[in-house]
Design a protein around this ligand. Structure first.
Ligand code: F6P
Length: 499
């Protein structure tokens, strides 16, 4: 049975996007806002005053404010696993004990960076970071977006168990100048531990006497790291209440802090803290993550959009879509509420995307003329990431803004339907002043809180991920017990490929 707010939301007529500005001269001002260095513009979505007030009612009905306060207080918001979700504490926003523990961890990270810079581990030029999922995507995004050719060290972030990935890194690195960061919250993940072991073998084969002396462990289970052979001076344990996909702020961010320098890492944390305070304190009508969640839910549940696309019109942010795929889909890809009841509507849409302008020449056809309505998010930076002719950046931004206008406006063609554009297709635009540690920290924290706000409004727990377990268990049982008891298709595949 839909709640009263959902009934009210569904009862609202769907506004016509093509004319939505005509009826409200103040629409842009009402549907855009800035938080620090980021400007959010929802004016090209179907949200209007009536819908916003119905969604605000939903926020009241679902106790959004109470859930948000519980998150920042360090209460056990992850009810299915009986634990808190304390990533904001890594940025200084949360329960004081956890904030103090995060500060102590950051001080240890910084001291270890100083030691590495002073050659305490021997000369270091290369870092192999092995980790997967949240233990790789965040550091990879940060290093790629903010470092590039200027990185102080050559960093390879290797996640896939496919040895092709690790071999490519090993081939280009000198083992005598490489340190290994093993990033795993649980320190048990098959892919990571196998990649770590192979890197150790590579060092041994290169004649390095004490390969474990070059290992740094980034984990919430320090005992396991010690058992594996890492010296405790190089184990950087983080709070187990920080979830994997929210962990780049903890020691999981170590390779980024090393490659970019401590000041940059600190700015990243500060940027995130600015967004934390905004999310915690801003009123619902001016709260960026909450407003974004209203739009998300409108498109997922009312317009029944099954996907949401995100295009970074900035090469520096090319890894953002894959980072957000884990954040959004692992958090909110759920079918039951926090109380274990079936949900009363679709949950997370499929997040996909790419970079502009490349994507315009590949997938935008479907966005403009296909049968799916896909809410599109454009992300761009006013400042360019390069020093070439300003024409590059101008062309990039012109294209970005043109796409949003085209999706909304469409174009009639009575003579030739193949050349007609229906329009009325929603988009949001996020404009950064520049891609800096501060703005990227704030942007990522915005997405974290938006994901949380979606979950709070839907009544689901965004902090567990039991859906990833079954496949892992079956893989383990094939390894341990051999291929027995499976369907003919699975048996034949194992037989053909593995013997
Ligand atoms: O299998 C999913 C997952 O648990 C993610 O949530 C997590 O980010 C990733 O695996 C890696 O886990 P760990 O950091 O424990 O190695």
């Amino acid at each position: 049975m839909p709640s009263p707010s959902w009934t009210a939301i569904h009862a609202q007529p769907v506004p016509e996007l093509k004319t939505i500005f005509d009826n409200d001269p103040d629409r842009l001002a009402k549907h855009s806002l800035s938080v620090g260095p980021i400007r959010f513009d929802w004016s090209k979505t179907h949200l209007n005053a009536d819908l916003l007030s119905a969604f605000q009612q939903l926020a009241v009905e679902s106790d959004f404010a109470g859930k948000r306060d519980a998150l920042f207080a360090g209460a056990k918001v992850n009810n299915t696993e009986g634990r808190a979700a304390e990533h904001p504490a890594e940025r200084g926003e949360g329960n004081p004990e956890s904030v103090a523990a995060a500060k102590a961890l950051h001080a240890r990270m910084r001291a270890l960076i100083d030691a590495i810079e002073a050659d305490a581990l021997g000369p270091v030029r290369h870092i192999i970071h092995v980790g997967i999922g949240g233990s790789a995507l965040g550091p990879n995004l940060i290093v790629d977006a903010l470092g590039g050719a200027d990185n102080r060290y050559d960093v390879a972030i290797v996640s896939n168990v496919d040895g092709t990935a690790l071999e490519a890194a090993l081939d280009r690195f000198d083992p005598t100048a490489t340190i290994l960061a093993v990033a795993s919250k649980t320190f048990t993940t098959t892919e990571t531990m196998l990649n770590a072991a192979s890197t150790i073998n590579w060092m041994v084969e290169a004649g390095i006497d004490d390969p474990y002396g070059r290992v740094i462990a980034l984990t919430a289970d320090p005992e396991k790291a010690l058992e594996w052979g890492v010296d405790e001076t190089r184990v950087l344990p983080f709070n187990e209440n920080v979830g994997g996909r929210y962990s780049l702020w903890s020691s999981i961010g170590f390779p980024a802090a090393l490659a970019l320098g401590w000041d940059a890492f600190e700015s990243l944390l500060e940027g995130a803290a600015v967004m934390d305070r905004h999310f915690r304190l801003a009123e619902p009508e001016a709260n960026a993550p909450l407003l974004a969640a209203f739009a998300d839910l409108y498109y997922a549940r009312v317009i029944q959009c099954q996907t949401r696309a995100l295009f970074a019109y900035d090469e520096r942010l090319k890894l953002l879509p894959s980072y957000l795929q884990q954040l959004e889909m692992e958090s909110n890809g759920k079918s039951v509420t926090s109380e274990g009841q079936p949900v009363d509507g679709p949950t997370a849409p499929i997040t996909w995307g790419g970079v502009g302008t490349d994507a315009q020449h590949a997938v935008f056809q479907l966005l403009h003329q296909g049968t799916h309505t896909v809410p599109v998010e454009f992300i761009a930076s006013i400042e360019p990431g390069h020093t070439l002719d300003p024409a590059h950046h101008r062309t990039l931004l012109v294209n970005c803004f043109a796409q949003g206008a085209a999706l909304m406006r469409g174009k009639d063609n009575a003579d030739d339907p193949a050349r007609a554009y229906p329009g009325n297709r929603p988009s949001t635009t996020i404009l950064l002043e520049d891609v800096t540690p501060q703005s990227l920290g704030a942007l990522i924290a915005f997405y974290e809180h938006r994901t949380f706000a979606n979950a709070a409004l839907m009544g689901i727990n965004p902090f567990d991920q039991f859906g990833v377990e079954l496949g892992k268990q079956i893989a383990k049982s094939i390894e341990q017990d051999g291929p027995t008891g499976f369907d003919p298709s699975t048996m034949a595949l194992i037989d053909l490929a593995l013997g």
